[in-house]
Design a protein around this ligand. Sequence first.
Ligand code: IMP
Length: 197
Amino acid sequence: MRLVLASKNPHKLREMAHILKELGLEVVLESEVGVDVDVEETGTTFLENAALKARAVMEASGMAAIADDSGLAVDALDGAPGVYSARYGSLKSDEARTAHLLEAMADVPAGKRSARFVCAIVCCLPDGREIRAQGSCEGEILFSPRGENGFGYDPVFYVPQLQKTFAEAGEGEKSAISHRGRALREFVNAWKETTTC
Ligand code: IMP
């Protein structure tokens, strides 16, 4: 079965395609099936936004569609940047958004810098069925960036379990415990349950 990924991001395609292959699912970008929908992320939760994206692409393509929505929730900032992670401070680059985050947390002492990455995945099937999954990963926000890998807020997200930031971790090491890796594995189980009943 083919699933359309409601995203224009080839990095997400690579991460998802790898895990979903084991279910016999081939994931393709919306551009590969001639679909180009710009969905406004008006939801207040990651699940709502993922559902908005998956539904819109399923309706536009007539095919099963999968979407994810993710972000960083910092306790000292009451959960910000949260669903606004990709547009935090209306800034255009990962580096600028990360610097903005560090500035906002300049007065937050060590020990009070807990945060988590959250990822929600929703898959909409043309017959109306919807499969949902969510994953999170706990960590702490450092005072300055460390590491060259990954993207987004990875260089300031320190994971005690790894004793390094996500940007210092390898790809496999990250996805073994990351919010996206966990959400995808939960999705795999939910898919098996839904499609066998
Ligand atoms: P979206 O899920 O494409 O709407 O974007 C989520 C935003 O959250 C990204 O632009 C990043 O800023 C941030 N984010 C989500 N997952 C990660 C991650 O694994 N590492 C670093 N930043 C992330």
